[in-house]
Design a protein around this ligand. Structure first.
Ligand SMILES: Cc1cc2nc3c(=O)[nH]c(=O)nc-3n(C[C@H](O)[C@H](O)[C@H](O)COP(=O)(O)O)c2cc1C
Length: 213
């Protein structure tokens, strides 16, 4: 069954790209669209506990590659997106989110009090470590949206956890911005030399992963 955007065809086309063509750049227009996809991603309570850094500086990317198991995608893709989780999931952030919501929706802060209490209650039930893990889960949703949208546009990506987050935090000065690197997603165009592009996709059969109860 074909759908308008041919989603399944795009998902079969995409693969975790190992070798990017360093000469091929994603246009500003496409980059804008993909970063809008990140911004529009859903998150628990709508809190958006993230920021996304587009790294283009070749020197910085060379340095980051050294702390990413030397994986070439970090330096060679058109753009490197570092998806970061906020480390300041605190009362101040929740209150500013509520204020922002009230302003956008044209309602009073008071009318959102119950919502605010619910978010604060959830946050208070967690340790700081658990809150950070919670934030990172939201970041991975944005990663999924990004990869799917890129595939629909025939732009290659590679989700990457193979990097030293503490080094990224240091090199990109993330700590002082209350952020930590959660996952990477280089974007660009595959190199003709990437043998992984022609490998068969390995997925379990439908009957093994889809259950009916
Ligand atoms: C969270 C996550 C982290 C990953 N980290 C890396 C990585 O550091 N380097 C890499 O080359 N591939 C990485 N991958 C790619 C996976 O190996 C790949 O998605 C998987 O083998 C399925 O293959 P496909 O994406 O080509 O269909 C990662 C994938 C995910 C989802």
């Amino acid at each position: 069954m074909k759908t308008e955007h041919n989603i399944i065809e795009s998902l079969n086309w995409r693969y975790a790209t190992k070798i990017f063509d360093p000469e091929k750049k994603v246009s500003e227009e496409d980059l804008f669209e993909l970063t809008e996809v990140l911004r529009l991603s859903p998150s628990s309570f709508g809190l958006q506990p993230w920021k996304f850094i587009v790294v283009t500086d070749p020197q910085i990317r060379k340095l980051l590659k050294e702390h990413s198991w030397n994986q070439s995608q970090v330096a060679d893709a058109s753009h490197l997106i570092v998806l970061c989780a906020r480390t300041d999931l605190d009362e101040k952030l929740v209150k500013s989110f509520i204020e922002h919501t009230a302003k956008i929706r044209g309602v009073s802060k008071e009318s959102l009090l119950h919502y605010e209490q619910m978010i604060l209650g959830t946050r208070k039930s967690m340790s700081d470590q658990a809150a950070l893990e919670w934030a990172k889960k939201q970041v991975y949703i944005a990663l999924g949206f990004l990869m799917e949208a890129a595939a629909l546009k025939k732009i290659d990506t590679c989700p990457m956890e193979g990097f030293d987050a503490s080094k990224y935090d240091e090199i990109l000065g993330l700590k002082k911005e209350n952020l930590t690197a959660a996952v990477l997603c280089p974007i660009g165009y595959r190199s003709m030399d990437d043998k992984y592009a022609s490998l068969k996709k390995v997925r379990f059969e439908r009957s093994q992963v889809l259950l009916k109860k």
